[in-house]
Design a protein around this ligand. Structure first.
Ligand code: C2E
Ligand code: SIN
Ligand code: SIN
Ligand code: SIN
Ligand code: FE
Ligand code: FE
Length: 376
């Protein structure tokens, strides 16, 4: 038992490893004792959108990347657990759930037969569900539950620590940089569209690139920060109605390094050097003007050297710049935007998979454009 405890303590103290990895480590330890626990998942709740979404999961032999997303209001059985602050054991999923919800269908298709569900609270706020799923019926007996409850505290702690780290990172960046100024310049809608186009692309390529739900959510969260360095660029350049001259252009390009400096300072201050979220945030800023043919800035990287998060942001940024009006340009028609993106792919400048993902999702893409259109 002593070694088990030590192993657990090691697993949670390795804050330099990302949350998925830590959850997998814990899962492995648990499986040493309870082999029948086939899956552990943390689904986080976003009160703003009422969505419950898979955040991280550990599934040694299953299909781990299948994201689960539902409106809480549509899953009354889970809502009840929140109101009662109670865990729930389901001993026979086939017998218990007859409703044809996506979630039930999914669980059945994966051949999960029993489950243990624990709501996680931060103070009085419900923040997440922790799911244990098993392919063995009646898997969750009293002795197991006792152990899992102890474990659940640890997993919930991991989750809340990570959440707090990401939140403090965002808060610090927002505060320290007078983010409001960027909001004025670019309008809040541009930032929301960036978040949503980026997520759309990431979801479209998630399977091929093995992107986790955690990654997709971080990208959605950090996409609006890509031009944070523009706070250091004079308004007379930023708001110039016409073309920039050579000097102005050289100044403008510095917004990338400025942004990286700011982000690095925050990451250092918060001690998040190896943190996954922090790395994604940094790459969103540092790589969004790199281009596959080496013609981008500041480093002139080539496609394989550009992190996938940077490639995704680049396309969201170009798509949005072309499809809306800017101080220096009019909005283009959708047809012209699509033609330009194809041209950029053909020239090896933009990532073909990411562009395909964005262009294939026509309905969602145009919905974002319409719903978050700039005020005229
Ligand atoms: P932005 O307005 O957010 O534009 C983001 C990116 O969209 C641009 O980054 C560029 O990659 C892409 N983009 C914009 N127009 C076109 C286009 O006609 N074709 C293609 N293929 N891509 C386009 P870029 O060029 O590195 O510029 C960075 C920022 O510099 C722009 O951000 C904007 O704030 C500023 N900027 C660029 N050109 C001008 C200009 O002529 N006048 C002014 N005032 N600002 C400019
Ligand atoms: C999820 O996929 O995140 C929730 C479903 C479950 O494991 O019960
Ligand atoms: C449902 O999908 O209808 C219920 C699923 C759950 O409560 O875990
Ligand atoms: C959403 O989460 O889909 C809407 C909020 C946003 O993207 O900023
Ligand atoms: Fe930029
Ligand atoms: Fe931008």
């Amino acid at each position: 038992m002593q070694t088990k405890t030590n192993q657990l303590m090691d697993a949670i103290s390795m804050s330099k490893i990302d949350l998925s990895q830590r959850l997998e480590n814990l899962h492995e330890i648990i499986r040493g004792r309870y082999e029948f626990i086939d899956r552990i998942a943390i689904a986080l709740y976003d009160a703003k959108t009422d969505l419950l979404k898979t955040f991280v999961s550990s599934t040694p032999d299953g299909s781990p990347l299948k994201a689960y997303e539902a409106h809480m209001s549509e899953v009354p059985s889970l809502q009840t657990l929140i109101h009662l602050r109670k865990s729930r054991i389901v001993q026979d999923i086939d017998d218990t759930f007859h409703a044809h919800s996506d979630h039930t269908e999914w669980l059945k298709k994966q051949h999960y037969l029993s489950s243990y569900t624990i709501p996680v609270f931060q103070g009085s706020h419900f923040v997440a569900f922790l799911f244990f799923d098993s392919k063995t019926p009646n898997a969750f007996q009293q002795e197991t539950l006792h152990f899992l409850d102890v474990f659940a505290d640890l997993a919930a702690h991991l989750y809340l620590v990570e959440l707090a780290a990401v939140k403090s990172l965002l808060n610090t960046v927002n505060l320290a940089t007078d983010f409001a100024r960027i909001r004025d310049l670019e309008t809040g809608n541009h930032l929301d569209r960036m978040a949503m186009y980026s997520r759309l692309i990431a979801k479209g390529i998630a399977e091929k690139y093995q992107l986790t739900d955690e990654f997709v959510e971080y990208l959605h969260l950090f996409a609006p920060l890509h031009d944070i360095g523009k706070v250091g660029i004079p308004d007379k350049i930023l708001l110039k109605p016409g073309k920039l001259d050579a000097d102005e252009w050289n100044t403008m390009k510095k917004h990338v390094q400025l942004g990286v400096l700011m982000i690095d300072q925050m990451i250092e201050d918060l001690g998040l050097n190896q943190n996954t979220a922090a790395t994604i945030m940094r790459n969103v800023v540092s790589g969004h003007h790199e281009r596959g043919d080496g013609s981008g800035y500041p480093l002139g990287l080539t496609l394989a050297q550009i992190p996938i998060e940077s490639r995704i942001i680049a396309i969201a940024d170009v798509y949005d710049a072309l499809s809306t009006s800017r101080p220096y340009k009019k909005a283009w028609s959708e047809e012209d935007v699509i033609a330009e993106l194809h041209k950029e792919v053909a020239a090896g400048r933009l990532d073909a998979d990411c562009v395909t993902a964005l262009l294939n999702a026509t309905e969602e893409r145009l919905q974002i454009q319409t719903q978050f259109a700039d005020p005229i």
